[in-house]
Design a protein around this ligand. Structure first.
Ligand SMILES: O=C(O)CCC(=O)C(=O)O
Length: 210
């Protein structure tokens, strides 16, 4: 990853804080990307997707060796498998450097990867927020207290299902919030007519994050 100037880093930080996301090209590349592609291709070839996650994509939880070595944490984790590749991506120096450059402090990784893929023409992932602590005082902080790092095995576009987001909806309530079932719960998976549910509809403020 090319290093960021101070003003570029400040711009990325402002994007993360105000919009809820920022993009760093080229963090995962070379040999580690090649090994991750082979690993995920192998996973998709041998593991079946649970139909109860039909709106979620594959949703395979793979833990690090570090997590596996901590039997209490492992038992309470959603992971079904572990791999040293998870330790490598969690500890990736280029990602640490990107986080440092934008001033993130006191990071503590969950040591989990969620491997997501969806078949062509599948329903979109529903609008949701993964933060579970909205009623905790920490959520009043103007800075993010929880972030996720997403790495893509191929370049993503609207056509092949890039991430989409509603800028600023992590800070300000919008009418859609009141219409969404809890993220990852059974209610959302029980929706049958997904095309007519607001959780799956386009939103006028949504942007693509290819
Ligand atoms: O597609 C993505 O990157 C979003 C994944 C996500 O938020 C989730 O599965 O909870």
């Amino acid at each position: 990853m090319p290093s960021l100037s101070e003003s570029e880093a400040l711009k990325k930080r402002q994007q993360l804080v105000e919009l809820g996301f920022c993009v760093f090209p080229g963090v995962l590349q070379g040999d580690l990307l090649t090994r991750w592609r082979a690993f995920t291709d192998g996973l998709f070839a041998r593991k079946a997707v649970d139909p109860k996650y039909r709106y979620q994509g594959s949703d395979f939880h793979i833990g690090s060796e570090r997590l596996k070595a901590n039997s209490d944490a492992w038992q309470h984790s959603p992971c079904t498998e572990h791999s040293p590749l998870v330790d490598e991506i969690v500890d990736l120096p280029a990602a640490r450097e990107a986080c440092r450059a934008i001033g993130l402090e006191h990071q503590h990784a969950d040591d989990i990867t969620i491997i997501l893929s969806k078949p062509p023409h599948a329903p979109p992932l529903y609008w949701h927020q993964d933060m579970m602590n909205w009623n905790h005082p920490e959520s009043a902080s103007p800075w993010p207290t929880r972030i996720f790092l997403s790495y893509y095995m191929t370049d993503t576009t609207r056509e092949n299902g890039c991430l989409r987001a509603i800028p600023g909806s992590h800070l300000k309530r919008i009418p859609l919030h009141d219409l969404l079932p809890a993220a990852h719960g059974p209610e959302i998976q029980a929706i049958t007519d997904y095309a007519n549910h607001p959780a799956f509809m386009n939103h006028p403020d949504a942007v693509d994050l290819p």
